[in-house]
Design a protein around this ligand. Structure first.
Ligand SMILES: C[S@@+](CC[C@H](N)C(=O)[O-])C[C@H]1O[C@@H](n2cnc3c(N)ncnc32)[C@H](O)[C@@H]1O
Length: 281
């Protein structure tokens, strides 16, 4: 692997968090699917295009891009996570896709072929950079002049009931801090003004934000949702500092929160993402 500057992220994604996502790839893809469709529409792939997928993880967006651009096009998926890239490559092979390949690396510093791509996409993979301007400048360098970007990122914690409700459950008397705009986290690009500034500084233009806010199905019932949610890093981090008794109380609260959102159809919470479109001049 080339240089890594996002060391904490690499430790998580090329370690336990990546293994968790790789193991549960079907579950994650099913859960994310309402947002996924919005990204695919925003990407507006055309046959023959060369696509770069940043933080591709288990690679569904890369494989969908590969199908859309067809045999005359190509896709490169880049990610920090060895375990997730192994799933991505295996599924691409099983699906008979030979116009997609995957590379392990840190998109902030990975050396991309300059101007080699028509389109860069990301499904929730670009919010974790220590230096977002450096990262998006590097990503922009891979686009040809006139090339496009379509990124899916989470809106704020407050706009995402799936995490704000869980934070309330996990607080157990604490005042849990909300990460500031730009800090590496799922919500690192939630602030529109901050993100527009980052992308502008990185050389993008025609930057627009559209909302994707479908109800989010976190499980088939409360037990199922509890198991899924308590495996997420964003939740595990909020459990870390608690003693045994507060931890047990927090976990009980999560179970009760999941139960309160149970419907005959599954456990649903509100969710909200931005679909960002931009262009390289
Ligand atoms: C929330 S997951 C999303 C994965 C996948 N795109 C999906 O939607 O299933 C975030 C992904 O971004 C990747 N990632 C985070 N920081 C990265 C970086 N600096 N360079 C490359 N990938 C990164 C992680 O390894 C992880 O696979």
């Amino acid at each position: 692997m080339a240089d890594i500057v996002n060391i904490d992220q690499a430790e998580a994604w090329d370690g336990p968090e990546g293994e968790h996502w790789a193991l549960h790839h079907e579950r994650f893809d099913a859960t994310i699917s309402p947002h996924h469709g919005v990204l695919i529409t925003a990407a507006a792939f055309a046959p023959g295009e060369r696509v770069l997928d940043i933080g591709c993880g288990n690679g569904l967006s890369s494989r969908d891009a590969a199908r859309a651009v067809g045999p005359s096009g190509s896709v490169l998926g880049v990610d920090l996570s060895g375990p997730m890239l192994a799933v991505a490559a295996q599924l691409a092979e099983e699906e008979g896709l030979d116009n997609v390949r995957f590379e392990q690396g840190d998109a902030q510093v990975q050396s991309f072929e300059p101007g080699a791509y028509d389109l860069v996409i990301s499904r929730f993979g670009v919010m974790f950079f220590l230096d977002p301007v450096a990262a998006f400048t590097n990503i922009a360098s891979a686009l040809r002049p006139g090339g496009r970007a379509a990124f899916l990122v989470w809106q704020s914690v407050a706009a995402n009931e799936w995490v704000s409700a869980m934070r309330d459950a996990l607080a157990v008397g604490r005042d849990l801090p909300v990460p500031p705009p730009g800090a590496p986290s799922p919500f690192g690009l939630a602030d529109v003004d901050f993100t527009r500034g980052v992308l502008t500084e990185a050389g993008f233009t025609d930057i627009s934000f559209a909302e994707s806010a479908p109800p989010w199905r976190l499980g088939s019932d409360a037990d199922d949702a509890y198991g899924f949610v308590t495996g997420l890093r964003v939740i595990k981090m909020m459990l870390e500092d608690l003693d045994d008794s507060l931890r047990a109380q927090a976990l009980d609260n999560i179970r009760a929160t999941a139960a309160a959102h149970e419907t005959p159809d599954g456990v649903y919470f509100g969710s909200a993402a931005w679909v960002i479109n931009a262009r390289k001049p």
